[in-house]
Design a protein around this ligand. Structure first.
Ligand code: RIB
Ligand code: CA
Length: 312
């Protein structure tokens, strides 16, 4: 029997974050210890409410939600309302949310949870890395208690907010830099692979036909997410960024990774927030991460379908 991976999912729901929550909350390989939230796709109150809404929708109200930082370390806050809408989860009609977040701040929860866990915990981040960075600054000892950081963010190639930078990195470059230089084993799931899992209409239909609470929510989420991705980027399907992190933890064979040195540009110029991935080792610096270079898209969608069927 393979040992289960305990994770904390730090996120900014967000349509793709919501799908990552569903994939982690009912998973044969993963125990979702908690969800922590950060400002990013929307403001912190909205991302926190959205995390509670999703867990209530899928019947997992026992999984605690902790609200974290309302903005980045240094730069002015950025919000991705153009993609995720005014609520951060436009599309579905949610019932009144009776699940409340915990009182404790996410950063304090992270520190206490990591210090108190028997086994190292995997921290998955699918939003700006402010909470994790703040925890690492407040309690550097936790770096030995984190098994791995698996993050959605960055790119070997182009960004998606500027030519250089991807949203989660650009939303808090200083926080990302702290995490990339923490010495904790890190897997970067960037746009290079997430742009290869576009949620085309036939994929939405494939999932909608399952008829579980999770697939119903997914179909409603995608009705908005795919529309705005078409408007902003011209994609015929929305790139399902965040669940790739959890899919990797479910079946590592879904990604092709390469050890490399990755450094986040915090110089503040036109490449501010860029993840400079030295995939060829030009600088001869010790690798600090594994960068995802390719994805088995067919396997990924099978993992999503299997997940939604588990909710029947
Ligand atoms: O650039 C894509 C990332 O930014 C995803 O995590 C999406 O949810 C947004 O947070
Ligand atoms: Ca996100």
């Amino acid at each position: 029997m393979q040992k289960l991976t305990h994770i904390v999912l730090d996120c900014d729901p967000g349509h793709d974050d919501a799908t990552a929550i569903m994939l982690a909350a009912n998973n044969p390989r993963i125990v979702l210890d908690a969800v922590t939230t950060v400002a990013g796709n929307q403001t912190l109150p909205k991302t926190t409410l959205n995390a509670c809404r999703v867990l209530q929708w899928i019947g997992r109200t026992g999984i605690p939600v902790y609200a974290g930082c309302p903005g980045p370390f240094v730069r002015d806050p950025v919000i991705a309302g153009d993609i995720h809408g005014e609520t951060g989860l436009d599309g579905p009609v949610f019932p009144e949310c009776t699940k409340l977040p915990e009182q404790k701040h996410a950063v304090l929860f992270l520190i206490e949870h990591l210090r108190g866990s028997e086994e190292p915990v995997t921290v998955v981040t699918t939003g700006p890395m402010t909470n994790l960075a703040m925890a690492l600054r407040l309690a550097p000892d936790i770096s030995s208690r984190i098994g791995r950081i698996v993050l959605m963010g960055g790119s070997v190639g182009n960004g998606n907010v500027t030519p250089a930078a991807e949203f989660n990195m650009l939303a808090d470059p200083e926080a990302a830099r702290i995490c990339f230089s923490s010495g904790v084993p890190l897997v970067m799931v960037g746009l290079d692979v997430t742009r290869k899992v576009l949620c085309y209409p036939e994929i939405v239909e494939r999932m909608r036909k399952i008829g579980s609470c999770a697939s119903d929510l997914f179909a409603a989420l995608m009705s908005h997410f795919c529309k705005t991705q078409k408007e902003v980027f011209g994609y015929d399907g929305g790139p399902l960024h965040d669940p790739v992190t959890v899919a990797y933890l479910t079946d590592p064979s879904v990604l092709t990774l390469k050890d490399c040195r990755i450094e986040v540009d915090t110089t503040g110029g036109p490449s501010y927030g860029r993840t400079n991935c030295d995939v060829f080792g030009y600088a001869k610096k010790k690798p600090n991460a594994k960068a995802a270079l390719d994805i088995d898209a067919s396997r990924f969608w099978d993992l999503i379908e299997e997940c939604f069927r588990r909710y029947l």
